[in-house]
Design a binder for this molecule. Sequence first.
Ligand code: BTN
Length: 251
Amino acid sequence: MRFGKNLLALEHCGSTNDEARRLALSGAPDGTVVTALEQTKGRGRAGRSWHSPPGDGLYLSLISRLKIHPREAPRLSLVVGLAIAEAIDSLLPSEAPRAKLKWPNDVFLSQKKLAGVLLELSVKEDLCDFFIIGVGLNVNTQHFPEELRQTATSLSLEAKQRFDLSLVLRALLQSLERCIDELSQNGFYALRERWKARSYTLGQKVSASFEGKGIVGVAVDVDPDGALLIETDAGERITIIAGDVINLVKD
Ligand code: BTN
């Protein structure tokens, strides 16, 4: 396994994404991984923070030097979510519900968020120099703060058992390596079909932000670039390349 061969395992840090970025800038190879048992400044998307208490979760950042054009980055974003969902399924009993995906890459179990991804990109001369793929996965968390209690879950709460963090890390890195290699060798087509089969977003009424305005419509498809297509009540199709969507009606 290439991913994780070069591993920096920290007890605590501010954000593993910041540590990985520092390593990437000093030339760390593709597949380098930084983990921490605790983050004091765990970052989420859109300026949010990521709850990162000691020992219960997996907080990791992977350096990818995948050679793609920045406009292809949204595909990688979806592929990372898919890789996490496939790893989760491999860790849970076969009768457990399947991990689902909320566009672009939030991983849900039983309608609650289990994992999130913060993908950061460094561009050099119009090409991607490196990606920092930050993954936060709730593994053995038993109690969430009040504001997350209704919306977050952990592997342990779902499967009613504790998990060995190193086994979860291994499964995750294996799956990330397999899916990212598949993207680079075979393209996005089959990965997109697998993403769609797990979607928590498609067919749902959603709201999203587009050109600074809020729009509401039905999420109808993910296009070959990884963008989300939303059809408004007026029948207009809008392409959302980046950002967050909110499911207005649950499954
Ligand atoms: C989100 O859903 O908003 C993304 C959360 C990403 C959290 C992970 S934890 C490891 C890495 N380091 C960070 O500071 N953030 C990511």
